[in-house]
Every structure is written in structure tokens, then in C-alpha cells.
Design a protein around this ligand. Structure first.
Ligand SMILES: Nc1ncnc2c1ncn2[C@@H]1O[C@H](COP(=O)(O)OP(=O)(O)OP(=O)(O)O)[C@@H](O)[C@H]1O
Ligand SMILES: [Mg+2]
Length: 382
């Protein structure tokens, strides 16, 4: 049987570039070589695309980045041509391919990128334009998942619990600082949380402990986004669940067992995530009651659907230590994907090994592409 060619797109112009390299190396190492042929494409920190040398993939264990001596991939592509492929993934650009060889085309893209320019709908939009199948959420869910304010509004409209919050836009901040400070104090008191609406890795997230700390926290968060959330602080246990689209189209998404992240820092900050190797401990399955698990799984499943997710997402919840209440916190449409990351680990604990998970994701991507291709786009013909 002909192997499915999977372009693994990794890196990206994002603060989470390095994390994405680690995720992509795991994905490449665990893709079933009997079924898939891998075309690695790295995006460097300047946003340049590089086609990696397939010879490097002969090694069983691939470490990234593999940019060396490789031709650049030039944007944008010419969709609708005879070959499937984003951009200038033309045969002539392949180190080993040689002109005219169709072997450089690929069947599906696996974008292994986190945060801005990778997980936020931008790359997904490019892939839509190029008419290629790709793993994971589409443009809408990726963009919504990235914007914590919009995501929370949709989740609240679905009737699911969210932590009370309000937004501050950069355009309003200068003139109304004291009004916002008074509102934060009145509605939430201290501590409260201040965070950029579109960010990740806890960059720009502040636990504000006093009125004096409020304005500097908002000003800092506004460095990363033009919209900032002010949120009630929850004394929270951090519970996460992995969600996978159902291969039976239209049926409820599948939800894993729950996992718990226990930061050893005051909250799950950037330092705790990336700088301190003892910054957190994880427990899978999370030590929660059966009722809490059922509720958390229901929230995760409904959140996935309410946010129009496809393929995969990790849904992060807060469990209030004081009263046991569970809140939706956020969704990650391309969660960390190293073999020790929560998303694949929670599936493993639910009976789906890493390699099998990757196969399912690719099959889902191809099935979606086929569904989309069947839609009518030309209204002139009867
Ligand atoms: N309202 C809150 N109450 C208590 N802790 C919070 C609250 N908001 C954020 N935190 C803490 O800050 C951490 C980071 O916040 P959040 O998950 O909202 O953003 P993020 O992790 O930067 O986003 P992403 O997961 O997309 O990278 C949380 O894991 C939690 O430890
Ligand atoms: Mg988070």
C-alpha cells in the first residue's frame, strides 16, 4: 500500500518555538513508518520555511531542528495545481528530489506549532488556501482557542462555568486606569489575575496582590496583547483533559481520563513551565472523585464542540480547593506533544498509545479534507 506522506511543520515564529521543536521531534519519532512517509519542514524564528533533508529521517531517533544546508521554502503556493503541496514545495526545491518528481507532494500536514503564528489559525488559514489536509483545529477554533476572552464568552453561552472576568483594551487603558482598578478591587479584590487575552506559556500573566500592583501588571500584559483579562483568583487545582474528535463523524468527541498539574511555584508561571525543571509535578489520573471526573469530562466534551474544535484539543480546568467547583479555564488546540506531555500521556492512560494517537489524528485530517472537498463552492452550476 502506498504510504501517506505527512509534512510535519514545526518551529514557528512564536515564543513557544523551542517547545514546538521538542513536540515535533516526538511526533516524527513516533509516526508509524510502515504507514507514513515524513516530510519535515522547519519554520525558523524569522518565519522562513526550510525543507529538511529526508535523509536525516533515516535515523530512528530524530532530533530537531534540522535546518542545516536546506533549501528554503518560498511562500505562497499555487493551490489548485496538479500537485498537492503548500507553497514552493516543488520538486526542484527538494535537495534529493530532482525536477519533475511528484514524490515531493504530500497528503497531509501536521502543524506542530504552539502559540502565535501556529496555533492561532494563521497557519491553518494558509493550509486552507493551499487546499491541503491538516491535523487539528481549523481556522475558527484555532483563533477562538487563542483568545481567552472570546473562548470564555462562547463557553459561558454554552452554560458551562467560567471564572468571572472583564476585559481591558489598550485603547481604553490610558484614560481609565483608576476606573479599571476600582472595578477590579470591587468585583474581585486581591489577589486577582491579569493576563493577555492572546498569549501562552503564562507570558504576561500576573497574580496581583495589591492595588499598587494592578496598573503595572496591566501595563505589562498590554505589552503582549492589545486586550487584557482581569480575572477573579481561584484557589485552584489545575485539572486537564485530552479531547479527540470522534472518527465516527457527528458522534460525541472522546475524552481521556483527567490529569493534574501541580506547580511548585505560586502559580503555573513561565518559570515553573520552562525554567525550573522541578517547576511542577503531574498526576495521571488526577485524584478526583468519580462525580468530579464525570463533570470535568462533560465540560471538556461540550467545550470542544462549543468552540468548534476538530481533531484535538486539551481542555484546562480549575477545581476550586475551597468548594470543589469546576471552571473552564482555557483550551489549547495544539497542546504540548512531547512523549512526556500531558496530552499524549492522558491518552496513553486512557488506552491510546502515542503512535496510535498520531495515526488517528492523521486519519481525521484526511477525512475532514474529503468532507470539505465535497462541499459546493461554485453556485453558478446546477
Ligand atoms: N483566575 C485564576 N485563578 C488562579 N490561577 C490562575 C488564574 N488564571 C491563571 N492562573 C494561573 O496562571 C497560569 C497561566 O494562566 P493561563 O492558563 O490562563 O494562561 P497560559 O497558560 O499562559 O495560556 P496557555 O496555556 O495557552 O499557554 C494557570 O495555569 C494558573 O496557574
Ligand atoms: Mg494555561
Amino acid at each position: 500500500m502506498k504510504k501517506i506522506r505527512v509534512a510535519v511543520l514545526y518551529g514557528g515564529r512564536s515564543g513557544e518555538h523551542e517547545v514546538a521543536l521538542r513536540s515535533a521531534a516526538s511526533v516524527i519519532n513516533n509516526l508509524d513508518r510502515a504507514k507514513f512517509e515524513i516530510v519535515p519542514i522547519g519554520i525558523d524564528k524569522n518565519g522562513k520555511w526550510h525543507l529538511a533533508d529526508p535523509a536525516l529521517l533515516q535515523q530512528q531517533t530524530v532530533s530537531l531542528p534540522i535546518y542545516r544546508n536546506l533549501p528554503e521554502v518560498v511562500l505562497p503556493s499555487n493551490p489548485g495545481g496538479t500537485e498537492t503541496g503548500v507553497v514552493a514545495l516543488k520538486p526542484t526545491d527538494l535537495a534529493s528530489g530532482g525536477a519533475g518528481k511528484a514524490s515531493t507532494a504530500f497528503d497531509v500536514v501536521f502543524p506542530v506549532m504552539h502559540g502565535t503564528n501556529g496555533e492561532d489559525g494563521t497557519v491553518q488559514g494558509l493550509l486552507e488556501l493551499a487546499e491541503v489536509a491538516y491535523v487539528g483545529c481549523g481556522v475558527l477554533a484555532s483563533a477562538v482557542g487563542m483568545d481567552k476572552d472570546v473562548a470564555k464568552r462562547l463557553i459561558a453561552a454554552e452554560g458551562l462555568p467560567v471564572v468571572p472576568s472583564f476585559c481591558i483594551r489598550g485603547s481604553e487603558w490610558g484614560a481609565k486606569k483608576s476606573t479599571f482598578a476600582a472595578r477590579a478591587e470591587k468585583e474581585f479584590g486581591y489577589p486577582c489575575f491579569v493576563k493577555p487575552a492572546n498569549s501562552g506559556s503564562s507570558v504576561g500573566v500576573h497574580k496581583v496582590k495589591s492595588a499598587a500592583d494592578f496598573a503595572p501588571a496591566v501595563a505589562d500584559a498590554l505589552r503582549y496583547d492589545t486586550k487584557v483579562l482581569v480575572e477573579k483568583a481561584i484557589s485552584a487545582r489545575e485539572i486537564e483533559l485530552s479531547v479527540l474528535e470522534n472518527a465516527k463523524y457527528g458522534e460525541a468527541p472522546l475524552v481521556s481520563v483527567a490529569g493534574e498539574i501541580n506547580p511548585t511555584h505560586e502559580f503555573y508561571s513561565y518559570e515553573a513551565k520552562y525554567l525550573d525543571e522541578n517547576g511542577m509535578t503531574m498526576k495521571i489520573p488526577a485524584d478526583i472523585t468519580k462525580e468530579q471526573l464525570t463533570f470535568a469530562q462533560d465540560v471538556a466534551r461540550r467545550a470542544f464542540t462549543a468552540l468548534e474544535c476538530e481533531g484535538l484539543a486539551r481542555v484546562d480546568l480549575f477545581l476550586d480547593k475551597n468548594d470543589g467547583k469546576i471552571y473552564f479555564n482555557e483550551v489549547n488546540t495544539m497542546p504540548g506533544f512531547t512523549s512526556i506531555s500531558m496530552y499524549p500521556k492522558m491518552w496513553e492512560a486512557s488506552g491510546v498509545p502515542y503512535g496510535e494517537l498520531l495515526t488517528k489524528l492523521i486519519e481525521l485530517a484526511i477525512a475532514r479534507k474529503e468532507r470539505r472537498a465535497a462541499l459546493v463552492r461554485d453556485f453558478t452550476q446546477k
